[in-house]
Design a protein around this ligand. Structure first.
Ligand SMILES: [Zn+2]
Length: 69
């Protein structure tokens, strides 16, 4: 699922939206389409949610198995 964080350049609202195909995302507050996409916060949030001990998982000690991140 292509879920992205956006910041509206018009009103400053921050929100998440699913973007599919050629759909043009719009601000849910002011309906502006002048949005800044934030890829970095999405990946950082995913990493912090999955990792609880510095990248290691319960199945290994090296942090390099299939379930490690
Ligand atoms: Zn807005």
């Amino acid at each position: 699922m292509p879920l992205f964080d956006f910041v509206c350049r018009a009103c400053g609202a921050e929100f998440e939206l699913l973007v599919r195909g050629s759909e043009k995302p719009a601000c849910p507050r002011c309906q502006s389409t002048d949005l800044a996409k934030q890829m970095s916060t999405f990946s950082a949030r995913t990493g912090s949610a999955a990792g609880s001990g510095g990248g290691k998982c319960a199945g290994c000690r090296g942090g390099s198995c299939g379930t490690c991140h």
